[in-house]
Design a protein around this ligand. Structure first.
Ligand SMILES: CC(C)(COP(=O)(O)OP(=O)(O)OC[C@H]1O[C@@H](n2cnc3c(N)ncnc32)[C@H](O)[C@@H]1OP(=O)(O)O)[C@@H](O)C(=O)NCCC(=O)NCCS
Length: 296
């Protein structure tokens, strides 16, 4: 059955709900959802993205894709009920992008068993980047005392007061990671308003009144067992390599363990060797990987 494909710039509330349902019901969604957190946040009206909807004759949603341009490329994600719909969506995505290109089109496929991955392979796309999902158990995690660098104080984030300084630090720490480093006040606000937001799990490191690092943790309760996440960890470039990353990581993990969570997950670029090394020293191991594809 060939789906009906439609591109729109804004989803109705009902369409956004249908997409969320399709995502949560897709295979492997609990371990690695086919649309990222950022993609789900961009389902709201006014997000600067294009949406593609694949529907059946009876208007049932069979698939969804999103094109999200950033400063240097266009990221795409898709979810579908089967491989055939995924392939149709991918073809339509590439066509839509060709009509109004914003840099290279990069398709994310989340997890080994995703329909996006099979569609990308079938369509002859090539792997350009891999994002690891690492996990480890929390109750048995031994967290020794890691001495804080001299003069560094750790405290929770205060919404409204720390926003500007945090956004500036995030941009510096992730200067070479546009998806994270390009966060704006709006990106921050969207997350501060999420039900999972807890300032007690968003730790800032300060030295002489200046922010030098942070560790933002998150608790997932949409999973069968609630899980913690090392959501974002960043150190000011001038303060890297003095064990502040390890100090903040440890403090955040202690917070998550204190909540009684069984598992903690995180995402990290495979090429981010410093961060991967840090996580491995604390026993994190690969759980799954997201693959980004481009047309050669
Ligand atoms: C990755 C990051 C958080 C590490 O923080 P840091 O304060 O620089 O690192 P630390 O001094 O605490 O180092 C802790 C461990 O990480 C590893 N590590 C850190 N930088 C490393 C590097 N460049 N190469 C190899 N290992 C490195 C080492 O195992 C080190 O332990 P050791 O010094 O006892 O051998 C920090 O460099 C950063 O903010 N980078 C940019 C943003 C980022 O990539 N965040 C993580 C995204 S998931």
């Amino acid at each position: 059955m060939t789906p009906d494909l439609r591109s729109v710039t804004t989803l109705t509330e009902d369409q956004a709900d249908q997409v969320r349902r399709l995502v949560s019901q897709s295979a492997g969604a609990q371990d690695n959802p086919p649309i990222s957190e950022g993609g789900l946040l961009r389902l709201h009206a006014g997000a600067p993205v294009r949406h593609l909807l694949a529907t059946s004759e009876g208007s049932e949603l069979l698939g969804y894709a999103q094109l999200a341009p950033d400063a240097e490329a266009t990221a795409a994600e898709l979810v579908a009920v089967d491989d055939a719909v995924a392939l149709e969506l991918l073809g339509a995505l590439e066509k839509l992008d060709a009509e109004d290109p914003h840099g290279e089109l990069r398709l994310w496929a989340h997890g080994e068993s995703s329909v996006a991955r099979r569609a990308a392979q079938q369509a002859g796309l090539l792997v350009t980047r891999e994002l690891l999902q690492l996990r480890r158990s929390l109750p048995d995690l031994e967290l020794g005392d890691v001495p804080r660098p001299a003069g560094v104080n750790i405290r929770p984030f205060v919404p409204g007061r720390d926003d500007q300084a945090w956004l500036a630090l995030n941009a510096l720490a992730f200067a070479s990671h546009p998806e994270q480093g390009g966060w704006t006040q709006r990106d921050l606000d969207e997350r501060l308003q999420e039900p999972w937001f807890d300032p007690g799990g968003f730790l800032l490191a300060e030295r002489d009144g200046e922010l030098v690092g942070y560790h933002w943790t998150k608790v997932h309760d949409e999973t069968p067992e609630p899980m913690g996440e090392v959501y974002v960890l960043g150190i000011h470039p001038a303060a890297q390599g003095m064990h502040l990353g390890r100090v903040l990581l440890t403090a955040g993990l202690r917070h998550l363990r204190g909540l009684g969570l069984g598992t903690v997950l995180l995402y990290v670029d495979e090429t981010n060797t410093g961060a991967v090394a840090l996580y491995r020293t604390l026993g994190f191991a690969e759980f799954s990987r997201d693959v980004q594809y481009v047309r050669p």
